[in-house]
Design a protein around this ligand. Structure first.
Ligand SMILES: [Zn+2]
Length: 263
């Protein structure tokens, strides 16, 4: 009985130690995030998820769209530090307004978002926001929670070996691309605001006018309202509220200071 109690205590201590060790501190907001795997493992996972999207979604044949996505993506990526990134920017032919940045620097923009982003500043808002999710390791954080809940805290390497199908599905769900599972998890309000803040700084640093971020989200809200009950994916994973605009405006002086130092 005593031995059993001891072992339970040992287990608790081990779990606690594991949780404390398995943390990532966001360098911009200093928030501690649960992280059960390394940036390299995360980058590998991002790469295989990206290959899946490439297999299921056609790439745009419009050279203007492709060069716009590459031009904006390269400028945003040049001001961030994303470990193990092998940057790639792809315009996917899909009328759903959506975009993502996977760990490993794999950025996808669905052509359906381009009528709402309108110009380079608008697209920079979206790309910077998605790149911010990747830099903040939000996908990795969600993936860690999923591993903990659904696979009992298995390490990524073990999970991939024992339950490869399930692990890939969890990754797609966590990274918001949901191509296999058909749905995605909404970002939490906390991680959305974190990505907005970091994205605002990134776009300003890259020389894009940060005030255009507010205009983009306003246009996006108008567009969303016009859709009525049909809830598009990007909108369901990026809930819009007045809090988002208010917070962007709160951080605007800091972003404008960075922007004024460019060009
Ligand atoms: Zn987001």
């Amino acid at each position: 009985m005593k031995a059993k109690l001891l072992s339970r205590q040992t287990l608790l201590v081990t779990l606690l130690a594991l949780t404390l060790a398995a943390c990532y501190t966001n360098p911009f907001t200093h928030r501690r995030e649960l992280m059960l795997f390394t940036p390299q493992e995360e980058a590998n996972l991002g790469l295989s998820a990206f290959n899946e999207v490439k297999q299921s979604t056609p790439i745009s044949t419009d050279s203007n769209q492709n060069s716009m996505v590459t031009r904006v993506g390269q400028r945003i990526s040049s001001v961030v530090n994303l470990p193990y990134a092998q940057w790639e920017f792809v315009a996917f032919q899909d009328q759903t307004p959506n975009a993502f940045c996977l760990p490993g620097g794999k950025v996808g923009v669905f052509t359906g978002i381009l009528p709402i982003t309108l110009d380079d500043n608008g697209l920079a808002t979206v790309v910077a926001h998605e790149v911010a999710h990747a830099v903040a390791r939000h996908g990795g954080e969600r993936m860690s929670h999923q591993l903990l809940v659904e696979l009992g805290g298995m390490s990524l390497a073990v999970a991939l070996q024992k339950k490869p199908q399930k692990t890939q599905e969890l990754a797609q769900l966590a990274y918001g691309i949901g191509t296999t599972v058909g749905h995605t998890l909404p970002h939490s309000r906390k991680t959305e605001l974190e990505a907005d803040y970091m994205g605002l700084l990134f776009m300003a640093k890259a020389g894009y006018d940060p005030r255009e971020a507010v205009n983009f989200w306003k246009r996006f809200k108008v567009w969303g309202d016009q859709q009525g009950t049909r809830m598009p994916e990007f909108l369901s994973t990026h809930p819009l509220n007045s809090k988002r605009i208010k917070e962007l405006e709160k951080h605007m002086p800091e972003a404008m200071q960075l922007f004024s130092k460019q060009g």
